[in-house]
Design a protein around this ligand. Sequence first.
Ligand SMILES: NC(=[NH2+])NCCC[C@H](N)C(=O)O
Ligand SMILES: [Mn+2]
Ligand SMILES: [Mn+2]
Length: 301
Amino acid sequence: MKKEITIIGVPMDLGQTRRGVDMGPSAIRYAGIVERLEDIQHEVQDFGDIHIGRPDGFQAQDPTHNLKNLKEVAEASEKLADAVSSVIAKERFPLVLGGDHSIAIGSLAGIAKHYSNLGVIWYDAHGDLNTAETSPSGNIHGMPLAASLGIGHESLTSIGGYMPKVKPENIVIIGARSLDEGERELIKEKGIKVYTMHEIDRVGMTAVMEETIAYLKDKTDGVHLSLDLDGLDPMDAPGVGTPVLGGISYRESHLAMEMLAESQMITSAEFVEVNPILDERNKTATVAVALMGSLFGEKLL
Ligand SMILES: NC(=[NH2+])NCCC[C@H](N)C(=O)O
Ligand SMILES: [Mn+2]
Ligand SMILES: [Mn+2]
């Protein structure tokens, strides 16, 4: 089915401390995302990049919290929320390119306004369910899913002027293999559905995706895919800032994207954490583009 897609680049690197992930959108464009989607008959428009403010180097860390670059991340999130929301208002499919995963706070704030029961598939090695209190790093890219549940610092939970963006029972995390203590507690407390690498190995990606699709299908009126490239194994996606061994393979990821394409349930998507400085000859951006091809219906025959 032909889609009208708008690409939004978010050159954000302030949600974590390794420089270079702000070049993710360029690397993904360079790897040919527009042509790839046009080749399978979609109509693609490139919105360009959201402007990311630079932190004032002389400004001391706010003593009331340990959140790095909170002001800049919150400002960028508001801008992204507006951009994403305007794309959906035009009945186009928003495809957001990161940037670190903190950008999901803005994407979800812009998207969730348009749905009463948004589903979220969080494809990631991590839960990104930390708050200032539970975070080992103070990096906001470890917090976007918590913030979208309405948990965490007010400057992050209130983006878009409402909260929460998503209900715990509408979330599925796939690929988890690194969770902090507070994240584990939150998962249990809220009953969030998680397929760790254990389940993926045990029952296989086919069953994981069948169950995920069945779980979300009837109770949601839209599903956002938030794909962190570190969900994949670092052998397949080396250009990420927080790699974790033992991840989802390139092949399993293609299968997952193909099954989502068949389900026709995905209404928005983002691909994040591509860091060209840490990458090998743009491999991770190229993998991201290949996965987007499958998500949007590319088939060999
Ligand atoms: N989006 C990501 N890559 N997140 C990594 C988070 C790592 C760790 N859990 C933290 O809070 O700092
Ligand atoms: Mn991650
Ligand atoms: Mn993440």
